[in-house]
Ligand binder design. Structure first.
Ligand SMILES: NC(=O)c1ccc[n+]([C@@H]2O[C@H](COP(=O)([O-])OP(=O)(O)OC[C@H]3O[C@@H](n4cnc5c(N)ncnc54)[C@H](OP(=O)(O)O)[C@@H]3O)[C@@H](O)[C@H]2O)c1
Length: 316
């Protein structure tokens, strides 16, 4: 019988997951359908019952259900428990087990991006945002042994609360408000205005990894929406955005240079949008559901067709 996989969220129509998961199922010859279901928060419990009844084999969970779903599941993995968020559910004879592939997906994506562009991990990481995806990013940074982390958020208290709630973080974590530019003094920007490369031998000495997890709303309403980056040497930084929505006049499209990344472009700073993380979290979910390794090439090709972005790993 045809297997059913799904993604639940609200909204979910924009999700690219059905495109590349379906491609991965077809590539391995598994008779499966992967469908999006828009579930309002007050319907979440009913929807989970319905998915059990339908005999779903597995599903992804996106905004705003990643935390709320936890008490509705039969068990959750140590990673999902540590992060307090589930983005992947595996079903076995009606038993639902929650996991989190966002965090390892971000880590794998970052490692692939650095290797592809011959870069080493900068010595400091600056995380903009303190929401659900910032937790996944911080988990990966801790795993990668990044020693100095700055968390910058509109509401500084939320940044403080986030730092306190994650026991795996390194000691050297500081929080700032988004409108306080003094965080830049906490980063050693390096003598040479270029990000550390493997061939330069500048093993993680200078510059910073600047990671945006703020929602697109933070970039609305101005041509120069992000004052905190005006006065820092962006040329020695690496910019990553979890968002993959580029804004072109009159439209919002997936793929390409996001508003955050557009700040690094004039300085030729290496830039990557969130499509790499999206792909890697999806590949890890696929493996949890099927026990098989999906073809990244097939998944990437589906994303290429959906977004027009040629390469997820080369700097934009
Ligand atoms: N590539 C991927 O696979 C992937 C995976 C997960 C998420 N994402 C993307 O990551 C982004 C964030 O997701 P999330 O789940 O972390 O969202 P979230 O939990 O809602 O967090 C949103 C963050 O944006 C900030 N923010 C919202 N409106 C703002 C404004 N007007 N001005 C300044 N700051 C504002 C919030 O600050 P306050 O704390 O002050 O409210 C918070 O730090 C989204 O674009 C999402 O699509 C991508």
């Amino acid at each position: 019988m045809r297997k059913l996989f799904a993604i639940i969220g609200h909204p979910v129509a924009h999700s690219l997951s059905p495109r590349f998961q379906q491609a991965a199922f077809e590539d391995v010859g598994l008779d499966a359908a992967y469908l999006p279901f828009d579930i309002a928060p007050e319907k979440l419990s009913e929807a989970i019952d319905a998915l059990r009844t339908l005999g779903v084999s597995g599903f992804n969970v996106t905004i705003p259900h990643k935390e709320a779903i936890i008490p509705l599941l039969d068990e959750i993995s140590p990673t999902a428990r540590e992060l307090g968020a589930v983005n992947t559910v595996i079903a076995n004879d009606g038993q639902l087990s929650g996991d989190n592939t966002d965090a390892p997906g971000f880590q794998t994506s970052l490692e692939t991006f650095l290797a592809t562009n011959n870069l080493v991990l900068p010595s400091a990481a600056v995380v903009f945002g303190a929401g659900g995806s910032a937790r996944a990013v911080l988990w990966a940074l801790a795993r990668l042994n990044v020693k100095r982390i700055l968390i910058i958020n509109r509401t500084r208290e939320r940044g403080d609360a986030l730092a306190r709630s994650l026991p795996f973080l390194p000691k050297d974590v500081r929080t700032f408000a988004l409108d306080d530019p003094s965080w830049a003094e906490e980063v050693h920007w390096g003598a040479t205005p270029s990000p550390p490369t493997r061939s330069s031998g500048a093993q993680g000495k200078g510059g910073a990894l600047l990671i945006n997890t703020l929602s697109l709303r933070a970039f609305e309403g101005s041509d120069t929406p992000f004052p905190p980056l005006w006065n820092i040497p962006l040329a020695s930084s690496v910019l990553l955005d979890l968002s993959y929505v580029s804004r072109r006049p009159g439209s919002q499209e997936a793929g390409g240079v996001t508003p955050f990344l557009s700040m690094g472009r004039p300085f030729r700073a290496p830039c990557q949008n969130g499509l790499g993380m999206l792909l890697m979290q999806g590949a890890l979910a696929f493996r949890l559901w099927t026990g098989q390794t999906p073809s990244l090439a097939a998944m990437e090709e589906a994303l290429r067709q959906a977004t027009g972005q040629d390469n997820l790993w080369k700097s934009l």
